[in-house]
Ligand binder design. Sequence first.
Ligand code: UD1
Length: 378
Amino acid sequence: MSPQPHTWLSVVGARPNFIKLAPLAWELAHHDDVRHVIVHTGQHYDTAMSDAFFTGLQIPEPDCSLGVGSGTHAAQTAAVMTRFEPVCEEFRPDIVVVYGDVNSTMGAALVATKLGIPVAHVEAGLRSGDRSMPEEINRLVTDRISDVLLAPSRDAVENLEFEGVDADRIHFVGNIMIDSLVRVLADARRFDAASRFGFAERSYIVATLHRPANVDHPETLRKLLDVLGTLSAEHPVIFLVHPRTRERMRAAGLDVPATMQLHDPLPYLETLSLVDSAGLVITDSGGLQEETSYLGIPCITVRGNTERPVTLTVGTNRLVPARRGPILEAARVALRAPRKRPRIELWDGKTAERIVSVLRNYTAMPQKAASRLAFHGI
Ligand code: UD1
């Protein structure tokens, strides 16, 4: 008789989560004794923000969609929690896996933990030190309550140790987002997005902005669009507009010069292809800081801090405040910089394999049975 399969349940909700889920889903397809249940909270729901990623990355259809949608932080997190609880009761997973730092991550981790289900956090230990960012609160809470902390970088391990986390909860597994990148890079290069947009290799700037600090205040957003407009008179600029940003631009009546290309968010492969041939990326995204570092593309991060300091130490990324002078100067310097591809420890395309091995060991341990008893209320 074949052994009873274990159930591992992944919860995802927003665009960067999908890129982190894909490698684990691919890896688990080779493990017959693990049933991988995928729950999509619906935090992101537009085709460009969600379906395009499931299709492009060949992620299996979610087993369950919670349809949470947009709302205030409290409303969104509460909806994730109330809708996820019965799903845990239905699937009775051996472990719940959460990803990154979005509201869905924290909401799902809270529900599972309170039901006595072990929680594994992929991308544990990142800290910006900036509690005005909702993601920092989500990271702190999720790490505090998760049982298995899967760290992407040495600094993340050190942050957890500094916070007094037991060493046996911390596992340095590397960066799972880089697994996705490694897998699709050859296809992305063949796609050649630069030529499709009519850009010469390394001549253009890819911009994305969506953090509340940059887009929610009309004056800051206007200033940032102005700077991109100025740069677009010197180099082609393509601005991939997040729905949050588009909405803020519309509400404030902001527009951009004709020299700048606005585009809806692109699917993963197209974005990667465009970034891989760019001369510079200007962003406030966490994922792009990492992807540009792996690829050796200069990146300007329009923030005062980053939870991904390794991208600064390897020299590809630079933090620049949301001010005209510093951004223009940093952009002009970066566009002249030679491309150099750094090596970052365990950013090697094999993180999902390491995660599966850690979780297999964890779910085979006797204390897991204790958690299961708690879940069943025994
Ligand atoms: C969320 C994450 C952020 C992550 C980002 C990636 C939190 C707190 N923030 O920010 O960490 O970097 O996702 O994109 O979890 N909207 C749509 N369609 C969609 C999704 C959103 O129109 O598919 C619009 C809605 O107007 C919504 C707004 O974008 O109110 C913001 O969406 P939300 O999920 O609250 O946060 P993000 O800014 O996307």
